[in-house]
Structures are given as structure tokens and as C-alpha cells.
Design a protein around this ligand. Structure first.
Ligand code: AMP
Length: 286
């Protein structure tokens, strides 16, 4: 595996494989790898001739007062983990390489997708997704992957990126893979590193609550309000005051009252100690 720092080096490393018609897969990450990241790399390894992983803690997707400085970083460990997954190129640029002096262009997806849930001004705000789509657009332009892999853990991010790709005609397929969880249900996240033992055990309420909503839907509950109330009450019982619990159309994030047409996204965000955690379940009406 090669660790690459500059765009020029990366383009040069990709030139020959592309000329040979190799299938190139990209896994964008902010590092601090766990099994969620590794599942994306594994799928890319199965599907592609050449696997590129980007490792960049993107400053523009963090708001003021968010955890940019504290965000866990361990490049040495990440290099070892990516190597073990058979990754070919690990692109780990410095911020100046991504945002050189005078950088002044952004990519912004419609507020109906980016101004709700995480993007709601009450929560992370729409600038979060502007940071995400701008950096992902740049990654797509530099790597020009045939396929890029994202996790359902960040369900809204996946919807936003799929829309950007469709609207701007990026010639890339988007694969969204299931959320990888700890054996006790906690969704894997780099931010779990912030949790104390007590907080970690409290955090289990998030996945438990979403599971309860999923089970209620399987038993026939169709009301979105009833499903979110199930989540809220599980969280209350664990002493968690969520930032939001919302049920929305999993494909276009529009508000939904009844589970009937398409899949329903039930998403939650909550602060537990110093960690802001998100989790979700996609409930299939069938
Ligand atoms: P991050 O490094 O947190 O930006 O995540 C990089 C990619 O890994 C994103 O596409 C995430 O959705 C995905 N990811 C993060 N956590 C998980 C998880 N627990 N299961 C599956 N994918 C994940």
C-alpha cells in the first residue's frame, strides 16, 4: 500500500491503472478506522481492481464549537489497518493540499435535503453538508472512481451525496453499505472513543430505541409519530434528551406521517457526555 500526500502524486498513481481500464473504488473517510470503515474497504476490495481510501479530517464540515481539534486521529494505526484490508492507495493530504490559499468554491445540495435533521440550523446546520459535498466532489474529481462506498450510519449524508452525483452528473456509482454495530448494538463510530464506560452503556439506548421502533413497525405500527414516540420514550428511560428523533422518507427525507409507500428513515442524534452520536434505522414497509 502506498501512502500519498499530494494530488499530483495521486493522479500519477492512478493514470496507468485507469488507462488499463481497471475498476477503481474509493472509500472516503476521516480515519480512526473501526469495523464500519473496514467493511467499506472490504467491499471495495471485492468489487474493484484498485482500492483508494482517503483519510482527511475535513475542517469545513465542522462547525464552530464542534470537535475538529478533539477528533480522534491515529494515522499509524490506520495505515496498518488499511494495509491489512488490501487497500492499494491511502490518500492522506494536509488541509493546505485540499484547500490551498484562495480556495473559494463550494457545492451545495438543496436545503430540503441539507437543511433538515443534521443540517437543521438547530443542530449542525446546513454548512455541515456544504463542507461534505464540496470535499466529496473534490475527491471524485481527483480520484475519478468508478464506484464510491459510504455507510448507512450516516444515512442523510448518503442521500445528499447520491443527489449531488445525480444532479451534477458525476460518473460514479454510489454504494451504501449497512451500519456495522458492536455486538451489543452500539453503532460503530470514531466518536465512541469519547465515551466513558458509564456513557457507553447509556449510549446503548440509541440502538435499543431504534430496534424497538423497528419491531413495532413489524408488528403493524404504521404511524410515524408513534414510532418516534417509541424511540423518545426508550431514550427518556435511559436519561437521554435527544437533539432530535425524526421519521422521514428514506429516499428524499421528506416528512412522513404514515409508513406505507417507501422505506422510512428513523434518525436520532443525542449528546452523551462530550460525544454527539447519531444512529438510524431504515424501516421497510413491506
Ligand atoms: P467517517 O470517517 O466517520 O467520516 O466515515 C467514513 C465512512 O464510513 C462514511 O461513509 C460513514 O458512513 C462510514 N461509516 C462510519 N461508521 C460506520 C458504521 N458503523 N457502519 C458502516 N459505515 C460506517
Amino acid at each position: 500500500m502506498r501512502v500519498i500526500r499530494t494530488k499530483a502524486e495521486l493522479r500519477e498513481a492512478l493514470g496507468e491503472p485507469r488507462r488499463q481500464g481497471q475498476r477503481i473504488g474509493l472509500v472516503p473517510t476521516m480515519g480512526s478506522f473501526h469495523d464500519g470503515h473496514l467493511s467499506l474497504m472490504r467491499q471495495a476490495r471485492r468489487d474493484c481492481d484498485l482500492v483508494v481510501v482517503s483519510l482527511f479530517v475535513n475542517p469545513t464540515q465542522f462547525g464552530p464549537g464542534e470537535d475538529l481539534e478533539a477528533y480522534p486521529r491515529d494515522e499509524q494505526q490506520d495505515v496498518g489497518a488499511a494495509e491489512r484490508e488490501g487497500v492499494d492507495l491511502l490518500w492522506a493530504p494536509q488541509p493546505e493540499e485540499v484547500y490551498p490559499e484562495g480556495f473559494g468554491t463550494t457545492v451545495e445540495v438543496d436545503a430540503r435535503l441539507t437543511g433538515v435533521l443534521e443540517g437543521d440550523p438547530e443542530h449542525r446546520g446546513p454548512l455541515h453538508f456544504r463542507g461534505v459535498t464540496t470535499v466529496v466532489a473534490k475527491l471524485f474529481n481527483v480520484v475519478q472512481p468508478d464506484v464510491a462506498y459510504f455507510g448507512r450510519k450516516d444515512a442523510q449524508q448518503a442521500v445528499v451525496i447520491e443527489r449531488m452525483v445525480r444532479d451534477l452528473d458525476f460518473p460514479v456509482e454510489i454504494e451504501v453499505l449497512p451500519t456495522v454495530r458492536e455486538p451489543d448494538g452500539l453503532a460503530m463510530s470514531s466518536r465512541n472513543a469519547y465515551l466513558s464506560r458509564e456513557e457507553r452503556s447509556r449510549a446503548l439506548a440509541l440502538s435499543r430505541a431504534l430496534r424497538a421502533a423497528d419491531e413495532a413497525a413489524r408488528r403493524g405500527e404504521r404511524s410515524a409519530a408513534a414510532l418516534t414516540e417509541i424511540v423518545e420514550s426508550e431514550l427518556r428511560n435511559a436519561g437521554i434528551e435527544p437533539e432530535y428523533v425524526e421519521a422521514r422518507d428514506a429516499e428524499d427525507l421528506s416528512p412522513v406521517a404514515e409508513l406505507n409507500g417507501g422505506p422510512l428513515l428513523v434518525a436520532v442524534a443525542a449528546r452523551i457526555g462530550s460525544a454527539r452520536l447519531i444512529d438510524n434505522v431504515v424501516i421497510d414497509p413491506g
